[in-house]
Write a protein that binds this ligand. Structure first.
Ligand SMILES: Cc1cc2nc3c(=O)[nH]c(=O)nc-3n(C[C@H](O)[C@H](O)[C@H](O)COP(=O)(O)O)c2cc1C
Length: 337
């Protein structure tokens, strides 16, 4: 595994139980999903990114995004922004008013809306800007500050090592890096060689990210990059089992079986219950459509059910459809990997 097998995975004074981390995902990583993934063994969970400006004007929906269930800790709240003043103010608010363990700054978001505000991946072109922004936040808060970035802007401008070193010099307590450039968006393959180069050149904890689809991939990325931890995003969608399977695999090389149809639907409904408690029935049912479709992955004949779920408006309809999935099948039937 990694060089750091013997050392616990630690950021600031926060010690994690293991090296498996849930990636921040906008529109997905709210408390309902994070807690569910945490219960499946993740060592650290990241929240979806939060706009500094929206937080600073105390936008109600944004304030709601700060909710953290105490069973989630250790957890990281991620903020993004374009100017120092707003970013620092938002970081101070998170520092004083939430139970997050770590504050993360987003330097990886590739979407135009965010780049236009000089936020997200835009800073990857300028290590000095990274230094300036990170040191301003570090100076203003008590919680450890981490940074999540991509390897660079485009193939010609991969300043991964310089950028990571700038964040380290500025006082960042950890760095998570996705092995793609901004221009790549989600295309092509994540470049694990660059991640390995970064790890070699910094002394703070490093979390490697990108294209970990299986527990075996997690082991490979840790071996290849010597990172302190592995971050998993899309492979955890509708699949919190990925977390315990990965933890177990890293510990013992044992590959746990896929869950049964009944287990999958039970956890999907638990996730829904939590989402309903956060956002109310109407919003929860709508948001659950995409999640349910992910939970249904690997279940035989799921196409028709997915279509029906996309039309569900009420809890009753959603529950009936998911219960039907179990009734129409042998409930012990295992989901296909
Ligand atoms: C739907 C979606 C939303 C995302 N939102 C965020 C975000 O809010 N903040 C962030 O730093 N990265 C975000 N990402 C990037 C992921 O954290 C991660 O870096 C990327 O998906 C690569 O990891 P994976 O191959 O394990 O999915 C998002 C990715 C997806 C697919």
């Amino acid at each position: 595994m990694s060089n750091n097998d013997q050392k616990p995975f630690q950021i600031g004074d926060i010690i994690m139980d293991n090296r498996v981390v849930l990636a921040p995902m906008a529109g997905i990583c709210n408390s309902a999903f994070r807690l569910t993934v945490k219960e499946f063994g993740a060592g650290l969970v990241y929240a979806e990114m939060i706009s500094d400006k929206a937080l600073n004007i105390r936008n109600k929906k944004t304030l709601d995004m700060l909710y953290i269930d105490e069973r989630e800790n250790p957890m990281t709240l991620q903020i993004f922004g374009g100017d120092k003043e707003n970013l620092v103010e938002a970081a101070k608010f998170v520092d004083k008013n939430t139970t997050a363990d770590i504050i993360d700054i987003n330097m990886g978001c590739p979407v135009n809306k965010i780049i236009k505000c000089e936020a997200g991946a835009k800073w990857l072109l300028d290590p000095n800007k990274i230094y300036e922004m990170v040191s301003a936040v570090v100076d203003a808060v008590d919680k450890p500050v981490s940074v999540k970035m991509r390897i660079g802007w485009d193939d010609e401008r991969v300043f991964a090592v310089e950028n990571a070193q700038a964040a380290e010099r500025a006082g960042a307590a950890a760095i998570a890096m996705h092995g793609r450039t901004r221009v790549q968006m989600y295309e092509g393959k994540a470049n694990w060689d660059v991640l390995a180069e970064v790890k070699k050149n910094i002394n703070i904890p490093f979390i490697a990210n990108g294209d970990v689809e299986t527990p075996a991939d997690a082991k490979r990325i840790l071996e290849h990059t010597k990172a302190d931890a592995v971050m998993i995003g899309r492979a955890a969608l509708g699949n919190p089992w990925m977390m315990y399977q990965t933890v177990k695999y890293l510990e013992s090389g044992e590959l746990m079986p896929e869950p049964s149809v009944r287990e999958k639907m039970d956890v999907c409904l638990l996730h829904f219950e939590r989402l309903k408690a956060l956002k109310g029935e109407k919003v929860a049912v709508r948001e659950m459509r995409k999640h349910a479709s992910w939970y249904l992955k690997g279940i035989r004949g799921n196409g028709k059910i997915r279509n029906a779920i996309n039309l569900a408006e009420t809890e009753q309809e959603l529950r009936a459809l998911l219960n039907n999935v179990v009734e129409e099948r042998d409930e012990d039937e295992l989901v296909l990997a």
